[in-house]
Design a protein around this ligand. Structure first.
Ligand code: BES
Ligand code: MN
Ligand code: ZN
Length: 494
């Protein structure tokens, strides 16, 4: 999808397959709407008078257009006084649905009709570009006839009277990059476990690196993991035919001395539970257990696309969790790279095992901050459902920055406690730590476990077990790429 910002002086004579007009309830036609109404012999006023369209929020009406604008699409925006970001998001959805089954491959949105302040217009365009790009994503890899996508491939924004076109263009570019990042994450997560293996992810990282001169990739293989003492990560892949991969993507957009932002994704390409085997129902959904890793790929893609002036290291801890004669057993004790020993009381609590060694590993980058993203616990789904990502942090400023990025991008997170009181639950009689913490506060004890390996830097943990995918219809959401990209844009001062 291509987005273009342009100052169009005369809406009535601008050539387009579809002129899109946002309209508020109970207001007189003005600007582009008035011009197009006149040019179409009063078709808009007629539709309003007939009552077919009253500009209620979520309403839309397609009218035949003029010689220049072949169609006129009216989008209802409700009450002008209450048009906020929520209403702006609804506008984007309404626009998408109104065009989904139409033949127009190009359209022109006359933005001034919304009467937004420049800052809000900028936000709106970022969201619109992101939303249309993400809504156009279709999973195609393993289906013969993918669901039809929207015909629209080019959206022109008439910025006249609304926003400087230079600002609009950068907002559209940002939104489009975030949308592409979301799609990248969703597509990887949607792939089945027999295609999307740890080595597939490693190959994918190399492919991604070829698209940007600022991005380089290296992969830590099992032999090297053994030398590094990554006994926790290796204990997860022990029962799998697929070897684990620690994928390191290094994006150098900042100055050499700038400390990097580090993202660490849980990349369990299939989580059977291991010897602590999961029940059969919905076990297929555990192909999404690399959703955290997918969001790291998506975010790296977005920042590379935007050439952000920032150093970012993206780490993916990839492994498959399977039962086997060689698999780790409940009660086994492993030694992590940090030197801490871990009693594996449940092999299904594997996410924290792959992450803890990755968290120790990343200290070498002297990070400004480390954020891990993981489909870590079913308990997080119980606590927050699917709307909020669970946020845990060992530092308040970082927590606030991430919460703010989530709110701004409408990819929201909610902070959970990381109090010492919970640490007692992960004590072990036989090792330094147990990998499960009993029935209460499962997402918190999982985060407490990780906190032991993130002592040397500012760290946050995002549990996306609920927000990472939808169960009906099944599919990955691409979250929290929007949150993470917003966070990084903010750090780059953009
Ligand atoms: N990948 C799962 C978490 C999960 C469960 C995500 C359901 C999305 C939906 C994780 O590896 C896991 O199995 N966690 C266990 C931990 C328990 C054994 C302490 C869980 O949540 O049940
Ligand atoms: Mn598990
Ligand atoms: Zn898992």
């Amino acid at each position: 999808m291509t987005f273009i910002a342009r100052d169009v002086t005369d809406a009535a004579t601008a050539a387009s397959q579809c002129a899109i007009l946002p309209l508020f309830q109970d207001t007189k036609l003005a600007g582009a709407a008035l011009k197009l109404d006149k040019a179409s012999s009063g078709s808009i006023k007629a539709a309003l008078a007939l009552g077919d369209f009253s500009a209620k929020s979520g309403e839309s009406l397609m009218l035949p257009g003029t010689n220049a604008a072949k169609r006129i699409l009216l989008i209802g925006c409700g009450d002008a006084k209450t048009f906020d970001r929520e209403a702006a998001r609804k506008f984007s959805r309404t626009l998408y649905h109104a065009l989904l089954n139409k033949q127009a491959s190009e359209a022109m949105l006359h933005l001034a009709g919304l009467g937004l302040k420049e800052n809000e217009a900028k936000w709106m365009l970022t969201y619109l570009a992101r939303h249309l790009t993400a809504a156009s994503y279709r999973y195609t890899e393993t289906v013969s006839k993918p669901r039809a996508a929207m015909k629209l491939t080019r959206l022109v924004i008439n910025t006249k009277g609304a926003i400087q076109s230079r600002l609009a263009a950068s907002a559209l570019r940002e939104g489009n990059a975030i949308g592409l990042g979301i799609n990248e994450a969703a597509n990887l997560a949607n792939l089945p476990g027999n295609i999307c293996t740890p080595s597939y992810l490693a190959r994918h990282a190399r492919k991604l690196a070829r698209s940007s001169a600022k991005l380089s990739v290296s992969v830590v293989e099992e032999k090297q993991m053994r030398a590094l003492g990554m006994g926790a990560l290796l204990s997860v892949s022990a029962g799998s035919e697929q070897s684990a991969k620690l994928i390191v993507m290094n994006y150098k957009g900042g100055k050499t001395a700038d400390k990097p932002q580090v993202l660490v994704g849980k990349g369990v390409t299939f989580d059977s539970g291991g010897i602590s085997l999961k029940p059969g129902a919905k076990m297929d959904e555990m192909k999404f257990d690399m959703g955290g890793a997918a969001s790291v790929f998506g975010t790296m893609r977005a920042i590379a696309e935007l050439a952000l002036p920032l150093n970012v290291v993206g780490i993916v801890a990839a492994a498959e969790n399977m039962p086997d004669g060689k698999a780790t057993k409940p009660g086994d004790i492993v030694t992590s790279m940090s030197g801490k020993t871990i009693e594996v009381l449940n092999t299904d609590a594997e996410g924290r095992l792959v992450l803890c060694d990755a968290l120790t590993y990343v200290a070498r980058f002297k990070p400004a901050a480390v954020i891990d993203i993981a489909t870590l616990t079913g308990a997080c789904v119980v606590a927050l459902g699917s709307h909020a990502t669970g946020l845990f942090a060992n530092e308040d400023v970082l927590a606030e920055q991430l919460l703010a990025a989530g709110t701004d991008s409408h990819d929201r997170a909610w902070r959970m406690p990381l109090w010492d009181d919970y640490q007692a639950q992960i004590k072990s009689n036989f090792a330094d730590l147990a990998n499960i913490g009993g029935p209460g506060g499962g997402s918190i004890t999982a985060a407490c476990f990780l906190s032991h390996f993130a002592r040397d830097y500012n760290w946050a943990h995002l549990d996306i077990a609920g927000s990472g995918w939808n169960s009906a219809p099944k599919g990955a959401t691409g979250r929290p790429v929007a949150l993470l990209t917003r966070y990084l844009l903010d750090r780059a001062g953009q």
